[in-house]
Design a protein around this ligand. Structure first.
Ligand code: COI
Length: 357
């Protein structure tokens, strides 16, 4: 049992929150978790009121980008029990990101204790509305004060939680990105590291100026194979099969993505993962064999794609055909609130796992 020190707030902000109108990413629950890596070990596991932190201007994460994060969700079932969605997969991926970025692993057991205890502490912050959730943001960053390119020796690991509604409130339109790239095989595209998101901002801004919501990233070598959206993995529903681009080291290994694959296979669908070309998608669209496309992610859950525009084609997807994505969304959202049976074992009810001190 790892000892997590709990220092509760005496000034909860809960009564200030309008749970029917929560902007994504701006409202933070009362408490956060913090831990420090010093002398080669993690220590000082603490839950305390969410507050500003002091950092030195030479803190290495600010200069050299050793910074990683995760995105998870907690929901409540019909009896008000908080539920976590596949927490073990998130600590596995956090540590895979840590290794790629030359950062220390965070101990799995402490991670799980911290998530359970933090969510339990702020359980009243979990919105009960279907489609809403408590977003959980674990993150780790380099804290050495040093101007020089090397791996930091010291780190902070923290977890914030936020009540959230849907990340995308309407179907998403995509521009096929033909100039910029998100990630290259051998790079850091598979890691959930901050620079991947920073690199997406300019292309996304240019796409928004042209009337799109986001860009659809292509492979960095030939601009031939579809990767992902940056905020989501992608699924294409053809008449006879469902295809999602194979993760090749340059695509995030989405936990919602892997859950959808399990669900669809369990429902008897032919789900295929391979390097999917934009040409195959365009050809199928022209022949009327592409039924729908959707994105998946922790924040987005399932987001329908309304349009994909390339230089030579403007593909529009009609809501009347969005049957498969609607069934996937209904299943995942239903499991997350205990309305549908958790037949794939994704859900972990929150319990107090640590002694409070
Ligand atoms: C998530 O889905 O959790 C992400 O980290 C992506 C971001 C759009 C919030």
């Amino acid at each position: 049992m790892n000892m997590i020190k709990i220092n509760p707030t005496n000034a909860s902000r809960l009564s200030e929150v309008d749970f029917d109108n929560i902007p994504f990413g701006k409202v933070f629950s009362d408490h956060m978790f913090t831990a420090t890596y010093e002398g080669g070990q993690w220590k000082d596991f603490t839950i305390e009121p969410t507050r500003n932190i002091n950092v030195h201007p030479a803190m290495m994460a600010l200069h050299y980008g050793q910074s990683i994060f995760e995105g998870m969700k907690a929901t409540v079932d019909q009896d008000g029990t908080p539920l976590l969605f596949r927490p073990e997969k998130h600590i596995e991926r956090l540590n895979a990101s840590a290794r790629r970025m030359c950062m220390p692993d965070f101990p799995r057991d402490v991670f799980l204790d911290a998530i359970h205890t933090l969510v339990d502490t702020d359980r009243d912050w979990i919105p009960p509305q279907e489609g809403s959730a408590m977003y959980i943001r674990p993150f780790m960053f380099a804290t050495d004060e040093y101007i020089g390119v090397t791996a930091s020796k010291n780190y902070k690991f923290m977890i914030l939680t936020l009540p959230v509604g849907p990340y995308y409130s309407k179907p998403v339109s995509l521009k096929v990105e033909r100039k910029y790239v998100r990630a290259v095989r051998g790079g850091v595209g598979e890691a959930k590291t901050c620079g991947n998101y920073a690199a997406s901002l300019l292309p996304a801004k240019l796409a928004v100026e042209e009337g799109f919501d986001q860009v659809m990233w292509m492979d960095a070598h030939e601009f031939k194979y579809i990767q992902e959206v940056g905020t989501m993995n992608l699924f294409f529903v053809f008449k006879d099969r469902i295809v999602t681009p194979a993760t090749d080291g340059a695509i995030l290994k989405g936990i919602t993505r892997m859950s959808i694959i399990d669900y669809l296979k369990g429902e008897g669908h032919d789900v295929q993962e391979y390097p999917l070309t934009i040409d195959e998608v365009k050809e199928a669209y022209k022949k009327g064999e592409l039924v729908e496309a959707f994105g998946s992610g922790t924040a987005a859950v399932i987001a329908n794609i309304s349009r994909i525009k390339d230089t030579d084609i403007d593909m529009k997807f009609d809501e009347s055909h969005w049957e498969l994505s609607k069934s996937v969304k209904a299943f995942i959202n239903g499991v997350r609130i205990g309305k549908k049976a958790d037949k794939y074992g994704w859900i972990v009810p929150v319990k107090e796992q640590v002694e409070k001190s």
